[in-house]
Design a protein around this ligand. Structure first.
Ligand code: ADP
Ligand code: TPW
Length: 578
């Protein structure tokens, strides 16, 4: 081989691109500006180079938190949240979040590096060997692997389309280590990339489906609308508000749909939930499934005689998934399409809409008033030590004064009480445990919420719930995010008073008493607050929102407060023999 002139060598070098670069280019071309991940073989250089190319690369302490962050970024932005992990164990740590995204209908792409295919497939024991694609498939909406640099553009395009089109979900993209260093001609690389056109196409509902739904709703004596997180995701806020207000129909927001219309809205029936569900005759679900969170549309919650009996309601279901209707009970009027188009179609067909019968509205109003008054009495009490109610009365005031703040919530009692006490005023502010009632989303959600919305974040966490992602307070401090974590600390899972009848170890639900969680935040330069009274809690929260400094408030509450599993005690299997 002869020697090569230096200039020629430089030109030759400049004329090729590699797998690292093509992944970055493909993401950027599709408007993706943030990666949530954790570096290591084989993706460390990908994180460095992505950062050098202007992508925001947020590094977490555990892939699960990075994954949850990506999933909720997807929910908030309608763009797939990207989680980047290393092979086998990193991939598995991220997989929980991928499954969570699929279950919750959030668009997310888990991108994992993987080991050498030839060795993995012959099971010869590679570094972090695992057939990741096969493992991801059942938990993802779709899963792809790219073997050649020239296919990176297609791989990323397919992943984006799969994540955001139709019912959104989690997508897995497998990138073997060898791919990153592969080089191809720059021009060929450039032309292999795909800018996805119309990644989530509108899906227009059939006119007869709209008519069927409107006919059913028009004839109802006791109509009810249920808004789910699909409705929040759809970002059709103004039309949803119009539909609710023009029809005059009372509505119930599911947890993450709170604030789609302000919870203080006259038509909001949350405070009369147990009255309206069994009493309603026609129920229109908009982006909500009749899963366990709605008692499967039957049973006593819905006025059915027995555990599994239909309560007699007729259902209209507005959903993008054509197979969702009839999943639990008969749906008389499915309206299949994207919520924006469906709601727009419903609005157009309203005509001269008759308001719901006054006796229905009055009955709801009465129940609401009575329940609100009862709750106000409870909230006004100031017991010592604090309990869930007296602490949450403070949180409720702070959220009312800061309606733009994002709100993260997880725990059992800490979740259930907060959901019913703390009103939300704007769409997509409340993000929580979702369809699975999962613990561990907390700090990952805080990071993504702060980064995506640039608003301050308030997180109300059970002490157990917080522990699942607690180390990410370092991440919050590192990026100096305006996050105020409030731990409702009752010394354990559900509460802190269980006793081990045999002595020795403490009971499985009990933690170290009077743990000083606030010091964890101080360890990384954030602000820690130890709050034993509502006044101390209020002061801490106000200061956190003013300063925008990472803050953790350890709100000590009565360790006897709380019930097993919060409001879902009945889901615990109970043995006949104790
Ligand atoms: P919740 O837990 O709030 O009751 P679910 O997660 O059970 O809500 O239901 C959300 C539903 O919304 C899913 O069935 C999903 O298919 C649907 N969905 C999500 N995005 C859209 C959209 N853009 N248009 C129509 N339906 C959607
Ligand atoms: C991934 C089971 C549900 S709620 C909860 C656990 C462990 C914690 C409740 O205690 P906390 O709240 O947070 O202190 P509080 O107010 O009731 O005292 N693992 C996962 N997800 C779930 N849901 C569990 C376990 C669980």
């Amino acid at each position: 081989m002869g020697t090569v002139e230096p200039q020629v060598a430089a030109d030759a070098q400049a004329a090729v691109t590699d797998g690292f670069q093509l992944v970055i280019d493909a993401l950027k071309l599709n408007g993706i500006d943030t990666i949530y991940g954790l570096p290591g073989i084989p993706i460390t250089d990908l994180t460095r180079r992505a950062q050098a190319e202007g992508l925001r690369v947020l590094s977490f302490r555990h892939e699960q938190s990075a994954g949850y962050a990506a999933s909720i970024a997807g929910f908030l932005t309608q763009k797939p949240g990207i989680c980047l992990t290393v092979s086998a164990p990193g991939f598995l740590n991220g997989l929980n979040a991928l499954a969570h995204a699929t279950t919750n209908c959030f668009p997310m792409i888990l991108v994992s590096g993987s080991s050498e295919r030839e060795i993995v497939d012959l099971q010869q024991g590679d570094y972090e060997e695992m057939d990741q694609l096969a493992i991801a498939k059942p938990l993802a909406k779709a899963a792809f692997r790219v073997l050649h640099a020239a296919d990176i553009g297609v791989g990323v395009a397919r992943a984006i389309r799969a994540a955001v089109s139709g019912r959104p979900g989690g997508v897995y993209l497998d990138l073997p280590a060898k791919l990153f260093a592969q080089t191809i001609d720059v021009a060929a690389g450039r032309s292999s990339l795909i800018k996805v056109v119309d990644p989530a196409p509108r899906q227009i509902p059939a006119p007869e489906a709209l008519e069927r739904a409107l006919d059913l709703l028009r004839g109802a004596k006791k109509p009810l609308i249920i808004l789910g997180k699909g409705a929040a995701y759809a970002q059709a806020d103004a039309d949803i508000k119009s539909l609710v207000e023009k029809t005059g129909i009372p509505y119930l927001p599911m947890s993450m749909a709170k604030g789609l219309l302000p919870d203080t809205h006259e038509q909001c029936a949350s405070a009369a939930r147990s009255f309206v569900l069994p009493a309603a005759d026609v129920v229109m679900l908009i982006g909500a499934r009749l899963n366990w969170l709605l008692s499967h549309g039957k049973g006593k919650t819905w006025g059915g005689k027995g555990h599994k009996d239909w309560g007699g309601q007729k259902f209209i279901q507005v959903d993008i998934s054509p197979t969702e209707a009839d999943s639990n009970v008969r749906v008389d009027a499915p309206v299949v399409g994207d919520i924006g188009s469906c709601v727009c179609g419903l609005l157009a067909g309203l005509g001269n809409w008759p308001q719901p019968p006054a006796d229905w509205l009055n009955a709801i109003h009465e129940k609401k008033s009575a329940n609100v008054a009862k709750m106000a009495e409870t909230l006004a009490k100031n017991p010592s030590p604090m309990n869930f109610h007296s602490a949450l009365a403070v949180v409720r005031d702070i959220v009312r004064a800061n309606p733009d703040a994002m709100f993260v919530n997880e725990g059992a009692n800490a979740l259930d009480f907060t959901r019913s006490i703390v009103d939300m005023y704007k769409p997509r502010k409340r993000i929580d445990v979702g369809t699975w009632g999962i613990m561990g989303v907390g700090m990952g959600y805080c990071v993504a919420a702060a980064v995506v919305t640039r608003q301050p974040v308030i997180a109300v966490e059970g002490d157990s719930a917080f522990g699942f992602s607690g180390m990410e307070v370092e991440t919050i401090c590192r990026y100096n995010l305006p996050v105020c974590v409030v731990i409702l600390n009752n010394n354990g899972v559900y509460k802190g008073t269980d006793i081990n009848p045999r002595g020795g170890d403490v009971a499985p639900t009990v933690f170290v008493k009077d743990a000083r969680y606030e010091k964890l935040m101080e360890a990384f330069g954030g602000v820690g607050v130890y709050a034993r009274t509502p006044a101390e809690l209020r002061q801490g929260m106000e200061q956190a929102l003013r300063s925008r400094k990472p803050t953790l408030i350890n709100a000590v509450i009565d360790e006897t407060a709380g019930t097993e599993s919060g409001r879902i005690t009945s889901l615990n299997p109970s043995a006949k023999k104790k």
